[in-house]
Write a protein that binds this ligand. Structure first.
Ligand code: SF4
Ligand code: SF4
Ligand code: SF4
Ligand code: SF4
Ligand code: SF4
Ligand code: SF4
Length: 390
């Protein structure tokens, strides 16, 4: 008796789960529809043509709820995991019998992106810039909090890595207790008074780990008995700042903005992208919203008198430094030929299988915007020119 697999597609929160079940064997391909940018790379990569592009702009803007940026056919899918490997945004997961696995990689049947994402620990000061600019939340900043900003944080002294020295001149100090009253890091301990000496004697105790180096004690001491000196042991904060490679799309925002030039990231695609402002109607800005790399922007308006003869004011512009040639903008743009994208190379590790050659040929095809919803939830884009070989 022939056995046939059963297929299903279910939704759990933001995950759309395609399933193939044969007796006890279960394969699941899970699309995180929130994380998916609509770049369509999986559509080109799928050897079974099991993925179709959805109305990317409308779904990413939340204008419709009946479709996702891409749609997987659970029956056409062979659960090979190529889309998981090629998705630059980590939006797909393959589970085999409940376990996250990619057998095609285990058998070296397909290459992986050759990701370069390095932060030079020696150069990095553990500042907050790369974490702030990263459009993919891919920076993990593990720096001990300082107690001023976090009750459970470290004392400022250890957070800053300073060395503070506190000295009290016994000749001048009267053990008046003012410094101890003002600062929790200082305790003035007086010996019991005795008519034998008729003096107030004692000592001033100071706790370095809680001293902020604020100098209040120095200022407040009526006898000018306190000297406090603080030097920085290191000009960088303790801890570690790292790139979480699974979440990094290689946009290089962090590289371009790091003040210490501490970051090296190589883009996974090389290519060219052109925006044709004359084809772009004003008031759309869909591409700006969908770009996962924060590479597109609405330019500051140019006064009419400053426009050169015959030129038109662009509605949209791109900073190519940050574009990874993912294609999400092309897939979302409703205006024909407003954006033209040509990938010229893919940075992969050295496993050149026939399957990958086919995927590469499709990914290097020049494409342009012309998004029309052919049937509800399904769109096509316009392919231009010849297939490029890099
Ligand atoms: Fe296509 Fe393989 Fe992804 Fe299925 S797992 S959608 S066959 S690339
Ligand atoms: Fe979405 Fe692009 Fe990943 Fe496909 S490759 S799942 S379109 S982000
Ligand atoms: Fe700052 Fe650069 Fe270090 Fe990031 S890598 S924390 S931007 S110094
Ligand atoms: Fe984030 Fe882009 Fe840097 Fe990757 S390259 S860590 S995505 S800013
Ligand atoms: Fe992708 Fe570049 Fe378009 Fe942004 S501008 S969506 S990075 S192709
Ligand atoms: Fe809209 Fe396309 Fe213009 Fe971007 S280029 S604003 S998506 S019409």
């Amino acid at each position: 008796m022939a056995l046939f697999p059963k297929y299903s597609k279910t939704r759990e929160g933001q995950n759309v789960i395609a399933e193939q079940r044969l007796l006890k064997a279960v394969n699941n391909l899970i699309l995180n529809a929130e994380t998916c940018t609509g770049c369509g790379i999986c559509v080109d990569a799928c050897p079974e043509e099991a993925i179709v592009l959805g109305p990317v702009g409308a779904t990413r803007r939340g204008a419709i709820d009946y479709a996702d940026p891409v749609d997987v056919d659970p029956e056409k899918c062979s659960y090979c995991g190529v889309c998981v490997i090629m998705c630059p945004f980590n939006a797909m997961t393959l589970k085999i019998d409940g376990e996250e696995r990619l057998p095609i990689l285990e058998k070296e049947g397909f290459p992986q992106y050759d990701m370069v994402t390095v932060i030079d620990e020696e150069k990095c000061t553990r500042c907050t810039i790369c974490e702030e600019v990263c459009p993919r939340d891919a920076i993990a900043r593990d720096v001990p909090a300082f107690e001023g900003g976090d009750e459970a944080g470290k004392p400022r002294q250890s957070a800053l890595q300073t060395k503070t020295t506190f000295t009290v001149d016994d000749e001048k100090c009267t053990y008046c207790g003012i410094c101890g009253e003002l600062c929790p890091s200082i305790t003035v301990v007086r010996k019991p008074t005795s008519p034998e000496t008729g003096k107030v004697e004692g000592e001033v105790l100071w706790e370095e780990s809680t001293c902020d180096g604020c100098m209040i004690c120095v200022e407040a001491c009526p006898e000018e008995a306190i000297t406090l000196e603080r030097e920085f042991v290191s000009d960088r904060l303790p801890g570690k700042v790292d790139i979480q490679q699974d979440d990094c799309c290689t946009c290089r925002w962090c590289v371009e903005t790091c003040p210490e030039e501490a970051i090296t990231v190589e883009k996974i695609f090389e290519g060219e992208i052109e925006i044709y402002p004359e084809k772009c109607p004003g008031g759309c800005s869909t591409c700006v919203e969908v770009c996962p790399c924060n590479a597109l922007y609405l330019p500051t308006p140019v006064p009419a008198k400053d426009l050169k003869g015959g030129s038109i004011e662009p509605n949209i512009a791109i900073n190519k430094d940050f574009c990874i040639f993912c294609g999400a903008c092309v897939n979302a743009c409703p205006s024909e030929d407003a954006i033209v994208l040509k990938r010229t190379a893919i940075r992969m590790q050295d496993v050149d299988t026939d399957l990958f050659k086919d995927v590469k040929r499709k990914l290097l095809t020049t494409r342009t915007s012309k998004v029309k919803e052919a049937t509800p939830g399904e769109v096509e884009i316009k392919i231009l020119g010849e297939v490029q070989e890099a």
